[in-house]
Structures are given as structure tokens and as C-alpha cells.
Design a protein around this ligand. Structure first.
Ligand code: NAD
Ligand code: IPM
Ligand code: MN
Length: 370
């Protein structure tokens, strides 16, 4: 039986709590389904900084590079506010994305029927919502140089971040969005700010050209990113696939999270290009939410974003489609039964903690797999 290697990076705050629930599912799949997962675990973020003064060690980077897939929890927290910028917890996450060349971040926002009431929008606006934000993840203002704060010597300082995009970076993320659109609603909305930014002008041109050259069967729309944010809360169901840059994608996916009821619901997959020889992609699966310092250690975090990220791992890294579907169905069934963590609590529902939610999903997954 083939081995499937997983490198687990639970991180900080609620990361280890939610990762614990995925570990139970991995153990179940190994014991009951002969899944052959071989796991190893490392440190990232503040916990790595505390252990060895870096937000991820070279040894753990090497393990992340070698694994079939990386599962990432969350990083950050106020206890590391004062650490040097280069080794702050978030730097470990950014290094993983950049060094593994995980340029395509898929952030699906699905409103489970049982959660339409939990959204901050009216239920009729979000019921049946199924959108996919495709966020460029290794370019733009996150990584552009120069990135500096300079003392001007007159009591003033100047901070510079640089937004940079090359043609190939836009082409490859646009291709991912078009390919995925073909498997769902066949519509892509590209968001940038070409009215203000040169990178927006190039983004718009390259997406348009890529569409014309290879994907003219897909419907393409363009929207200025600020208007896109407005439309996401006005009428989110108008969207199918949204493709956008690193920073706009970060912000728009947090907005989309609240359409689904909670940031604790949104999974993501960060994918590299397929290897030309083997067809395999480097991949990391990471919830959209952070370390949630306000609730860390209380056992109340919602593990669904982490578990649904593992479902994406089953689908995209291991082609275990039936298992991925069953795991997502298990989440939906548990929500249908009115089992809720605090962040998605509703009148008449049963409030549970992180481990009980994980147990309920595993029980449902096991029943569906039988
Ligand atoms: P956050 O996502 O950690 O939390 C925002 C709010 O959402 C909080 O009220 C939190 O309690 C709630 N929340 C988030 N996940 C939840 C879950 N699974 N269940 C229930 N409630 C949940 O964002 P923040 O507070 O802005 O950032 C905290 C730290 O996390 C910062 O250091 C930030 O840099 C970091 N961060 C890390 C990641 C990541 O590791 N991928 C992502 C975002 C933020
Ligand atoms: C996310 C996070 C990260 C980002 C941070 C923690 C670096 O907010 O994954 O959405 O800005 O990309
Ligand atoms: Mn974010």
C-alpha cells in the first residue's frame, strides 16, 4: 500500500486545538480504511520562535518540502508582538508559501444550509452560497521589494511596501481560476484596481488575454476590487469564481468568511504548479482564520475550517474524492443536527466545544464510510 506523507504544523493559539481533531480523522482513516498516512510534526510561528529563535527552522522547511502535503494550523499572538519583524510568527507562514511556491490559494466560501441564520447577512442572501476565491499567494505587496522603513532624519520615517506582478504570475493564477470555473459555474470575476494601480492595469490585460487565448468558453467579468467587496455583501450569490491578487484576496476572503457564518468555517488549499514529470503539486492546507488569541486554550474553537482543509487535502493531494466528499457531508450532517460551537451558535442548537465537534464529525464520517 502506498504511503501518503503528511507534515503537520499546528502552530500557535487555537492551531494545536483544531489540528488535534484532524489527527483523530487521520488515525481513524489509517486504522479503518488502510489509508497509509504517515505523519510527522514540526513547529511554526511563535512556538518555533520560542524553541529556536526562528519562525520555522530549516529542518522543518525541508520536511515540509519533502512531504506529499502540509497541514497548517495557525500562527501568531500578542505574546510575540515585540519579536523582531523578520522572525515574527507570520514570517514562518509566508516562508512556507514562498519557498514551496504555493502561488494558488483556493478559498471556498460555502454557506451550509443549517448556517444561513448564523451569517451576519439576511438568510436569503446567503442560502445556497457557493463561491470560490482564488487568491494569488506568492507575489504582490506581500513580497515586493523594497519593503522598508527608513529614518528621514527630520523626525519623520518613511515606510515602503511594493506591489509587483509579472505577466507569468498573473497568467498562471488566471489559468487556475479558469480551470476551476469549468468544473463549477463556468464564470470568473477578476478583481483589481486598474483605476489606481499599474499592477491592476497589467492584471486586467493578462487575465483578458489568457481568457481569449485558452478559456473563451468560460464567462469572464471584471470588477474593481472595492466594488467587489461591496457586491460580496450586497449580493454574494452573483459570484462563482473570484480571482484576485494577494492582498485583495486576503481581505475579500475574510469578508466571504462572514457570509458563511464564521471565520471558523473557511478552509483553504495553497497549491503549487504540477511537477512536469510526476504531475504532483506541492500543497499546504490552511484554514483562513488565525490563532484566535481571544479564545485560545478554552477548548471552544470551531475545528470545521481545519477539518474542511483536510478534506481539500484528500481531494487535491491524494485524489481521495469519495473520502473528501464524505468528510464534507459529515460536517453538513453535524450542522443539520444542530450541533454548534460558540461562534455559530443558534437558538435551540446544542453548544459543544472543539473536541466534541471533532468527535461528532468523526462519528458521522465513520457512518458515511461504512
Ligand atoms: P483571527 O482569525 O485569529 O481571529 C478573528 C476572530 O475570529 C476572533 O474573534 C476569533 O476568536 C474568531 N475566530 C477565528 N477562528 C475561529 C475558530 N476556528 N473558531 C471560533 N472563532 C474563531 O484573526 P486576528 O485576531 O486578526 O489575528 C490573530 C493572530 O492570528 C494574529 O497574530 C494574526 O497575524 C494571525 N493570523 C494568522 C493566520 C494564519 O495562521 N493562517 C491567519 C490570520 C491571522
Ligand atoms: C491569511 C493570513 C495571513 C495573510 C497572515 C497571517 C500572514 O491573514 O492567511 O489570510 O495575510 O496571508
Ligand atoms: Mn487573512
Amino acid at each position: 500500500m502506498a504511503q501518503r506523507t503528511l507534515f503537520l504544523l499546528p502552530g500557535d493559539g487555537i492551531g494545536p486545538e483544531t489540528m488535534g481533531e484532524v489527527r483523530k480523522i487521520i488515525d481513524y482513516m489509517n486504522a479503518e480504511q488502510d489509508a497509509g498516512f504517515v505523519t510527522d510534526e514540526g513547529l511554526v510561528g511563535g512556538s518555533a520562535y520560542d524553541a529556536h529563535g526562528a519562525s520555522i527552522s530549516d529542518a522543518d522547511m525541508a520536511k515540509a518540502t519533502d512531504a506529499d502535503a502540509v497541514l497548517f494550523g495557525a500562527v501568531g499572538g500578542p505574546q510575540w508582538d515585540a519579536v523582531p519583524y523578520d522572525v515574527r510568527p507570520e514570517a514562518g507562514l509566508l516562508r512556507l508559501r514562498k519557498d514551496l511556491e504555493l502561488f494558488a490559494n483556493l478559498r471556498p466560501a460555502i454557506c451550509y444550509p443549517a448556517l444561513a441564520q448564523a451569517s451576519s447577512l439576511k438568510p436569503e442572501l446567503v442560502e445556497g452560497l457557493d463561491i470560490l476565491i482564488v487568491r494569488e499567494l506568492t507575489g504582490g505587496v506581500y513580497f515586493g521589494e523594497p519593503k522598508t522603513i527608513t529614518d528621514l532624519g527630520n523626525g519623520q520615517k518613511r515606510a515602503i511596501d511594493t506591489q509587483v506582478y509579472d505577466t507569468y504570475e498573473i497568467e498562471r493564477i488566471a489559468a487556475v481560476a479558469f480551470e476551476l470555473a469549468r468544473t463549477r459555474g463556468n464564470t470568473v470575476c477578476s478583481m483589481e484596481k486598474r483605476n489606481v494601480m499599474k499592477s491592476g492595469v497589467l492584471w486586467n490585460q493578462v487575465v483578458t488575454e489568457t481568457h481569449k487565448a485558452q478559456y473563451s468558453d468560460v464567462k469572464l467579468e471584471h470588477m474593481l476590487a472595492d466594488a467587489g467587496g461591496m457586491q460580496l455583501v450586497r449580493a454574494p450569490k452573483q459570484f462563482d469564481v473570484i480571482v484576485t491578487d494577494n492582498l485583495f484576496g486576503d481581505m475579500l476572503s475574510d469578508v466571504a468568511a462572514m457570509l458563511t457564518g464564521s471565520l471558523g468555517m473557511l478552509p483553504s488549499a495553497s497549491l503549487g504548479a504540477p511537477d512536469p514529470k510526476t504531475g504532483k503539486r506541492k500543497a499546504m492546507y490552511e484554514p483562513v482564520h488565525g490563532s484566535a488569541p481571544d479564545i485560545a486554550g478554552k477548548g471552544i474553537a470551531n475545528p470545521i475550517a481545519m477539518i474542511a482543509s483536510f478534506a481539500m487535502c484528500l481531494r487535491y493531494s491524494f485524489n481521495m474524492i469519495e473520502e473528501a466528499n464524505n468528510l464534507e457531508k459529515a460536517i453538513a450532517n453535524v450542522l443539520d443536527k444542530g450541533i454548534r460551537t460558540a461562534d455559530i451558535m443558534a437558538d435551540g442548537a446544542t453548544r459543544v466545544g472543539t473536541t466534541q465537534m471533532g468527535d461528532a464529525i468523526l462519528a458521522e464520517f465513520s457512518a458515511l464510510s461504512a
